[in-house]
Design a protein around this ligand. Structure first.
Ligand code: BJ8
Length: 423
């Protein structure tokens, strides 16, 4: 019996079903990650976290709850971690990235809903993910229609707070998001019983900024013509960043970066120098969705950058520190979270295309894969502008739609291989 069974049983999980997931994950992980040659040693920590993904961190969260701390589950990079940390809370990302959870989600959601939403709802209602059981409160946001309505269903089962995100960036939208952040401060104070003052908020801003800087440093290592780490490994680090302790993660990423910077100096590349360098843009890739990176990197390409929410949108820019008042801190958070995150839920959203073009240059990419989850209308529709502009600027672009099933993997591999050969 798994050493974690008692903990999962205490969380009210469906142990028989969850055992099926636990049986499948190590094989999938081994195939995608452990088959790579010459991985950096600094990946050992992330291997360890991934190997016991439903054990080590959940046990830490439960221990923190016993000490009186609240665990808050989030689904989107617009929700400011800083406010949760300032209330002595712990943030855990909740987006579901496995087909395993989808059928349970389809029991309550239309089948033509994006798999990220179906998996997230399925993980909670099917009682097969400890993080979805542990979180004391979920924080949702009004980004896309599918999420908005799914949160109503989730709120029948778990306490939820919804942040109302305006879909434009006019002055009144910016003011509205400032207010939404100040309201969230109040919600977290009431829920945790801890007052958030400006010192605590500034401290939390500093903690999350340090994490962002470490991830920026990691991504900077990928800009070099010698690529010291695979895209798969970076994706895994990003996925772990959503639920690991932020200060520990910062330290681990910084120590990995020391190794990567040394590799660059010594010209130790994970991929042949002529491997096509790929930027992936589009919808997020929640753990354990490693499908596209695996396909690209086992077809001769190397992923050097992700313009999505499990990539650059998660850490680009920092929040101004040493704010004097809560209002000043709220507008510093708005500046980083609202003004500078270019999700397709905004209209218009030309800044996202500017970001892709800037990143394509910085990371010296040879081709761009525009990868969207099936039934995500926001990104699928925005694709019209994205593809047109990138092609106008001379980039080779391949747009793909997929979900969490393996059934299209071979077809995707054929298309990706042809694309890599052409660039
Ligand atoms: S800031 S990308 S994390 S909303 S893929 S659920 S949009 S139907 S995830 Fe997202 Fe925040 Fe935007 Fe980023 Fe809806 Fe589309 Fe599904 Fe999506």
């Amino acid at each position: 019996m798994d050493k974690n069974h008692q903990m999962w049983s205490d969380l009210g999980m469906d142990l028989d079903k969850h055992d099926l997931l636990c049986a499948a994950l190590p094989g999938a992980y081994g195939d995608v990650f452990l088959t790579q040659e010459n991985r950096p040693q600094g990946m050992d920590y992330f291997n360890m976290v991934a190997a016991d993904i439903h054990g080590i961190r959940p046990a830490e969260l439960i221990q923190a709850q016993k000490e009186g701390r609240k665990v808050i589950g989030t689904f989107c990079v617009f929700v400011p971690d800083e406010v949760i940390i300032a209330a002595n809370g712990i943030v855990t990302g909740l987006c579901g990235g496995s087909q395993f959870w989808v059928p349970e989600g389809e029991k309550v959601l239309p089948a033509n809903t994006c798999p990220l939403i179906k998996a997230s709802v399925g993980a909670r209602l099917g009682r097969t993910c400890p993080y979805f059981r542990i979180a004391d409160m979920f924080v949702g946001e009004t980004t896309c229609d599918g999420k908005k309505k799914a949160y109503e269903i989730l709120s029948e089962d778990v306490k939820m707070h919804i942040m109302h995100l305006p879909h434009g960036k006019r002055p009144q939208d910016i003011a509205a998001w400032d207010k939404e952040i100040l309201d969230f401060v109040k919600v977290m104070e009431d829920f945790s019983g801890n007052k958030i003052d400006i010192d605590k908020l500034n401290q939390a801003i500093h903690i999350v900024n340090e994490k962002r800087k470490a991830l920026q440093r990691l991504y900077n290592c990928r800009k070099n013509s010698c690529v010291p780490i695979s895209g798969r490994d970076v994706l895994l680090i990003m996925q772990i960043a959503f639920f690991d302790d932020p200060e520990r993660l910062t330290a681990q990423v910084n120590s990995l970066c020391e190794e990567l910077e040394k590799r660059i100096k010594e010209d130790v590349s994970i991929a042949p120098k002529n491997a096509p360098r790929i930027l992936i843009t589009g919808t997020p890739m929640a753990v354990p969705n490693w499908k596209m990176h695996n396909i690209v990197e086992t077809s001769g390409g190397i992923v050097v950058c992700e313009e999505n929410c499990t990539g650059t949108r998660y850490f680009t820019n920092t929040v101004k520190e040493n704010n004097k008042t809560m209002e000043e801190a709220a507008s510093a958070l708005t500046e980083r979270y609202f003004n500078n995150i270019h999700c397709a839920c905004f209209t218009p959203n030309p800044e996202r295309i500017d970001d892709i073009l800037r990143l394509a240059k910085e990371y010296q990419v040879d081709g761009i894969l525009n990868v969207n989850l099936k039934f995500c209308n926001l990104y699928a529709t925005e694709n019209y502008f994205v593809e047109r502009r990138l092609k106008e600027e001379g980039y080779k672009v391949l747009s793909l739609e997929t979900d969490y099933e393996d059934s299209d993997a071979e077809q995707l591999r054929t298309r990706v291989s042809a694309f890599l050969e052409m660039i």
